[in-house]
Write a protein of this length. Structure first.
Length: 458
């Protein structure tokens, strides 16, 4: 066996080396690092910290100069785009720019003494990166042509420091981030909200408003009805509009004619968000910004800018009509939170009370009648909680002859956090309910059936 073991090992080694020659990278390919992050270790600029930079200027062929300045230190530092647009600046993006510029890295050194910088496109530069330090120093990076090895949409480029004739190769993705045009540095967040306690909607033809309340409903309609409002609609609207991002800026300083062209002189909707500190943010939604109606013009009153937004903002629940805000009489309450159910109907007042995980029925004098099976009790409670409102209106709008609720007949659901009482009035055909503390009347087609089921518990 020893006689052929060594030749076999030699044969295997030969095959491996042959495969490397035939299948391995060519010399040109081997010069191009596969992992840009691992190979960008040469620091072209080393200022140590982004706070040491006062300003970064990007000059690029065919574009307006981008100038971004930083002020302050640490977490309190703010960034402002000075050119080409006097717009709010994307703070996260600018912070990353200054971080990269403080330790500007390149992939590798190409040559320390180039014979002809024209070979690298540095005789007619594509752009410049100018980093101004807080100490008054200036560091200028000249950006030349792309590497012949390609790089697709983000080609690596040759660069050179103004005070050094050496030529380096900078990664394309890294460079494209730094040399982005002015629009990319704009903050497209057109609205920020904080502790909203009132929402008003005006469509030109109709208007309605909702305010926070201290009861279980959390929100109430204050116009055109005095009624409980659906808190999930309010919370969803706040969530949708908070940190609302535009598609793009349309006008930086629009005139009256620009506003009219964008339909913002007579907006199709205005949404006002009043915050807890009393300030009001007014959002105007104008006409569609494109023929396909995919975007809509928008503006925040008091700010100079006109934006375009994705048109689905118009479909946010709560913007179409006040009916979208209607809340069921017991809508906020969940079965698991109910501790007691009381009702008065046909001169009989009864209570269903949860005691030590058992439902017990009591009469109006507090005398125990009997214990209910859990399924029967929870079905009765759920039927009450799921009472649906078919229509809601103010008492003066009611046209039928059904009397108004007086308080003699009612449904009351109690939880550990509070209770909701629904005063009832009706006949075999129609039932009205009035949530105690609110004026609006709820037309409740299912109330008769629910009261009949409750009567059967006795």
């Amino acid at each position: 066996m020893k006689q052929w073991k060594m030749p076999l090992i030699a044969l295997i080694a030969f095959v491996v080396m042959l495969g490397w020659v035939l299948l391995g990278p060519s010399p040109e390919e081997a010069e191009e690092p596969a992992d840009e992050e691992q190979d960008e270790q040469i620091k072209l600029i080393d200022l140590g910290d982004r706070d040491e930079i006062a300003e970064v200027t990007i000059r690029w062929e065919g574009r307006e100069d981008v100038v971004i300045a930083g002020s302050g230190t640490g977490d309190e530092r703010e960034y402002k785009m000075l050119s080409p647009y006097p717009r709010p600046t994307d703070q996260d993006r600018a912070r990353l720019l200054f971080t990269n510029a403080a330790e500007l890295r390149v992939k590798r050194l190409i040559t320390e003494e180039p014979e002809d910088i024209g070979e690298f496109g540095l005789d007619e530069p594509t752009g410049e990166i100018i980093i101004s330090g807080t100490d008054g120093s200036t560091h200028r990076i000249i950006v030349g042509g792309p590497s012949p090895l390609g790089g697709g949409d983000h080609p690596d480029r040759y660069v050179q420091r103004e005070d050094d004739e050496a030529v380096y190769l900078m990664g394309g993705t890294h460079l494209d981030f730094i040399a982005a045009p002015g629009d990319r540095w704009s903050d497209l967040t057109m609205l920020r909200l904080d502790e909203v306690d009132q929402i008003k909607v005006d469509t030109g033809e109709d208007n309605w408003s909702m305010s926070r309340t201290d009861d279980l409903f959390e929100w109430q309609q204050s116009a055109p009805l005095d009624a409980p409002a659906n808190a999930s609609v309010a919370n969803n609207m706040i969530s949708r509009f908070n940190r609302l991002r535009a598609v793009q800026y349309v006008h930086d300083e629009p005139g009256d004619e620009d506003l009219a062209d964008c339909g913002l002189d007579e907006p199709q909707a205005q949404i006002d968000f009043r915050q807890k500190d009393g300030t009001v943010k007014e959002v105007l939604l104008g006409s569609f910004a494109d023929e396909q109606e995919m975007t809509v013009y928008a503006k925040v009153r008091g700010q100079p800018y006109v934006y375009s937004l994705e048109a689905d903002i118009l479909t946010v629940q709560g913007l179409s009509s006040a009916d979208e805000w209607i809340q069921r009489p017991f809508g906020p309450i969940r079965l698991r939170n109910v501790t007691e159910l009381h009702w008065s109907w046909d001169d009989e007042e009864l209570s269903l009370v949860l005691e030590e995980e058992q439902w017990v029925l009591y009469d109006e004098h507090g005398e125990k009648l009997h214990q209910l099976h859990e399924d029967d009790a929870e079905t009765a409670v759920m039927n009450v909680l799921e009472l649906e409102t078919e229509k809601i209106q103010m008492p003066g709008e009611k046209e039928d002859e059904v009397s108004l609720p007086s308080g003699d007949q009612f449904l009351q659901v109690e939880t550990e956090d509070g209770s909701i009482t629904l005063d009832l009035a009706g006949n075999t055909e129609e039932f009205y309910g009035q949530v105690r503390g609110y004026d609006a009347l709820h037309l409740l087609p299912g109330a008769g059936s629910v009261m009949h089921q409750l009567a059967g518990l006795r």
